[in-house]
Design a protein around this ligand. Sequence first.
Ligand code: HEM
Ligand SMILES: *[C@@H]1O[C@H](CO)[C@@H](O)[C@H](O)[C@H]1NC(C)=O
Length: 316
Amino acid sequence: MAIFMTLALVASTDSAGLSTAFYSSSCPKLFSTVKPIVQSAINKNPRMGACLLRLFFHDCFVNGCDASLLLDDAPNFIGEKNVPPNKNSACGFEVIDQIKSAVERVCPGRVSCADIVAIAARDTVGILGGPKWEVQLGRLDARATNPIIANISIPTSKASLNELILRFSGAALNQRDLVALSGAHTLGQAQCYNFRKRIYNEDNINNDFAEQGRAKCPKTPGSGDAILASIDAETPTVFDNSYYKNLVQKKGPLHSDQQLFSGGQTDSLVKTYSESQESFFMDFVIAMLKMGSINPLIGPPFGEVRVICRRINPLF
Ligand code: HEM
Ligand SMILES: *[C@@H]1O[C@H](CO)[C@@H](O)[C@H](O)[C@H]1NC(C)=O
């Protein structure tokens, strides 16, 4: 009985703690303030959508979505943004700052940075042609970072299928969530050092595709490491299911991506999504909601609504 009650309590805190209506009275203009800023940031730089979607993943995977990723280095901690796999890679922080200032003007001190990241990611997907959904809100912002956990728990391009499954299960996400969320790689760019080994040393790769990659990314480690290539070569700024179509053709640029279609347990789901954008969209939304509710920070004393997303609030 006691065990049952404890479980019920945890579960209800988890899902009931976040709500789509969380700001409906405290900040009714929230959504109409955020979306135009996301839209204009994407208009200015088409890659920005990719940046914003990825921020949500990299925030949520490290102790839950608590905007710990947004904190700059401070005297008593190192920012998660300054360790691998974020350093020289994660982008979009200045757009989050811009959204936060606009939100502070309409409802000061109300809306957490963690929720702003969640809304920006949701808006991005809708704006770029993907599914639209109601986003769960009510998170608080952390007062500390976890650079070591960030470095350990966010998977890298070297990850095997087993490692990907393990990392996602560590965040209470199953194989379906893993495959669906990976579809975010329909957007954005990767740096040469992340796909060099794949285009020069792997054989489960389409020949023409590998050749196109080699034309961009020099073979020698250390040369041209930061040269970019679209992860989805066909439509890098459209949120569609072409990521899965690429994988089925062995055109995944990252080793970790191609692992999802390489003779293992996730092949059939990749195939399904490659044939049905609708089922991809449905599962993507479910998985985004799940990822957004990993270990939410919903009460003081550990959380706060930051005034500036890059800094914890001063105590006095
Ligand atoms: C499944 C495990 C994953 C691995 C191993 C992984 C790895 C990577 C790597 C290596 C890059 C390229 C970074 C660079 O070269 O600078 C990247 C980019 C990206 N990732 Fe992932 N990722 C994963 C899952 C996800 C998820 C779940 C999302 C979002 C829901 C996501 C969103 C993105 C986006 C949008 C980009 C492009 C960013 C840009 O253009 O700046 N990824 N990812
Ligand atoms: C991150 O992890 C890698 C490999 O696990 C390790 O070699 C590296 O030193 C770590 N870097 C930081 C800054 O913690």
